[in-house]
Design a binder for this molecule. Structure first.
Ligand code: NAD
Length: 486
């Protein structure tokens, strides 16, 4: 049975669709219309028990007997199937998240497919080593799967962030329980459908929908889950780290950010304007690496911010399903309220509002739309300069010289990403080394590739997604010693 054929979309466990043991459900809301668009099962601890049993059985079952190359072929089939269904999946992503269909269809869905394609290629290239040791031994290493991986993802890039975890986990021979955010479960369930369509053995990929506080927590506490791969809020990450301690689970955490985007006076200012704008307004600012702190050289600040504000004012929120729309709806009512609260704090703490600053209406009187917002004259200690807003709100801060720019950029508990705009190649490399961030973009912003690692410094988390480095988090190393004495 397909999820779409039933009124309530069910949990995907052991290649079967089933209701939550409690019978509980939850509603999925389209943030652009405020209408309920689906009802999904709301799983709890009992469902986690069933899913973990299925995932463990699969580890010892046909999945483990497949050759690495066959496993890679199956992961590659997922990539192919995601692209075959790209229109339908992109529509779901836009419906539950509010992002423009152009972003879903042209950027996120292809990137997710590419992630499966990339890790499919790794499946038969994860190798051990032979080690010259003392004595007469053959000593070698095996790189084995970690086991049952719980992948817990947020609502901003529901499909892509799931792919970043599910693809390397499967390629390395693990089994997975995927838990999407409560607001955005639909594309994770589509991955469940694709697991069936591509012939993944039962229990290899399971999808549980439900609330983080109960379902997520149950996954973190379950002794049968070997690893938590988490993306989300820093506070949630800390709580997961504490809870995972009891069973000493392996964890990787991709957390929040307050990324600085530094514009030096010698930059190509047109390019920097585009980059500053994309840095904060792409994905409605609901991007963990958003360039939400713009650091601008004092000598160019006024002109730069005037031009940036003019750009922002032209960026009008619209119906996310309209292919021409470039700026969609904030993902939920809660997120809308959070963003508006931060805008208010910017005003009351004395920053100068130069663009936006209010809820927007696309002519329907419905939907969680916010105007692209820019504050100038932001002091580094203001709330909007320190806390992650996770919305389309930019805090512009000036600096007097390069050392001050670097010091201000690093003056944050976060360290996910950073940008620098300059024509001076030496300065560019100097700043890139000085910035405490997992990714530094020079004369560009918000570019990603599955082959390049992504992850945080400081309280933006640890572990790396994508690239060969991700494989380290989904394998464990066994040393085998063989006595060769005759
Ligand atoms: P969130 O932490 O509230 O939720 C993320 C996921 O964790 C959801 O599936 C949620 O249901 C689940 N969850 C919540 N409480 C839990 C608990 N106690 N135990 C286990 N799981 C729990 O985050 P969010 O609001 O959905 O997402 C926004 C955050 O994600 C932002 O801080 C953003 O910066 C961050 N983010 C980081 C990256 C990155 O790669 N570093 C990427 C995207 C988003």
């Amino acid at each position: 049975m397909s999820t779409s054929s039933s009124a309530t979309k069910q949990l995907f466990i052991n290649n079967q669709w089933q209701s939550a043991a409690s019978g509980n459900t939850m509603e999925v809301v389209n943030p652009a219309t405020e209408a309920t668009i689906a009802t999904v099962a709301s799983a709890g601890a009992d469902d986690v028990n069933v899913a973990v049993a299925a995932a463990r059985a699969a580890l010892d079952g046909p999945w483990s007997r497949l050759s690495a190359r066959e496993r890679g072929r199956l992961v590659h089939k997922i990539a192919t199937r995601v692209m075959e269904r790209a229109d339908d999946i992109a529509r779901l992503e836009t419906l539950h998240n509010g992002k423009p269909i152009s972003e879903s269809r042209q950027i996120e869905v292809p990137a997710a497919a590419e992630c499966f394609e990339y890790f499919a290629g790794w499946a038969d290239k994860v190798v051990g080593e032979t080690i010259p040791v003392k004595g007469n031994h053959l000593t070698y290493t095996l790189r084995e799967p970690v086991g049952v991986v719980a992948a817990i993802v947020p609502w901003n890039f529901p499909l892509l962030l799931a792919a970043w975890k599910v693809a390397p986990a499967l390629a390395c021979g693990n089994t997975v329980i995927l838990k999407p955010a409560s607001q955005t479960p639909l594309t994770a369930l589509a991955l469940g459908e694709i697991a069936l369509e591509t012939g993944l053995p039962p229990g290899v990929l399971n999808v549980l929908t439900g609330p983080g506080g109960t379902l997520g927590q149950a996954l973190v506490e379950h002794p049968g889950v070997d690893k938590i791969a988490f993306t989300g809020d820093t506070a949630t990450g800390k709580s997961i780290m504490r809870s995972a301690a009891d069973t000493l689970k392996k964890i990787t955490l991709e957390l929040g950010g307050k990324s600085p985007n530094i514009v030096l006076a010698d930059a190509d200012l047109e390019a920097a304007l585009r980059g500053a704008s994309i840095g904060i307004f792409y994905g409605k600012g609901e991007v963990c690496a958003a360039g939400s702190r713009l650091l601008v050289d004092r000598t160019i600040k006024d002109e730069f911010i005037d031009k940036l504000a003019a750009r922002a004012k032209k960026m009008v929120p619209g119906d996310p399903l309209d292919p021409k729309t470039r700026f969609g709806a904030v993902s939920s009512r809660k997120q809308l309220e959070t963003v508006l609260r931060y805008i208010e704090s910017g005003r009351t703490e004395g920053a100068t509002l130069v663009a936006g600053g209010a809820r927007a209406d696309i002519g329907t009187g419905k939907g969680y739309f916010v105007q692209p917002t820019i504050f100038a004259d932001v002091a580094p200690e203001m709330t909007i300069a320190r806390e992650e807003i996770f919305g389309p709100v930019l805090a512009a801060i000036e600096f007097a010289d390069l050392d001050e720019a670097i010091a201000r950029a690093n003056d944050s508990p976060y360290g996910l990403a950073a940008g620098v705009w300059t024509r001076d190649i030496k300065k560019a490399h100097y700043v890139a080394r000085k910035l405490q961030a997992g990714t530094v973009w020079v004369n560009t912003y918000n570019v990603y590739d599955t082959a390049a690692p992504f992850g945080g410094y400081k309280q933006s988390g640890f572990g790396r997604e994508m690239s060969a480095h991700a494989l380290e988090h989904y394998t464990q190393i066994k040393s085998v010693w063989v006595d060769l004495n005759m």
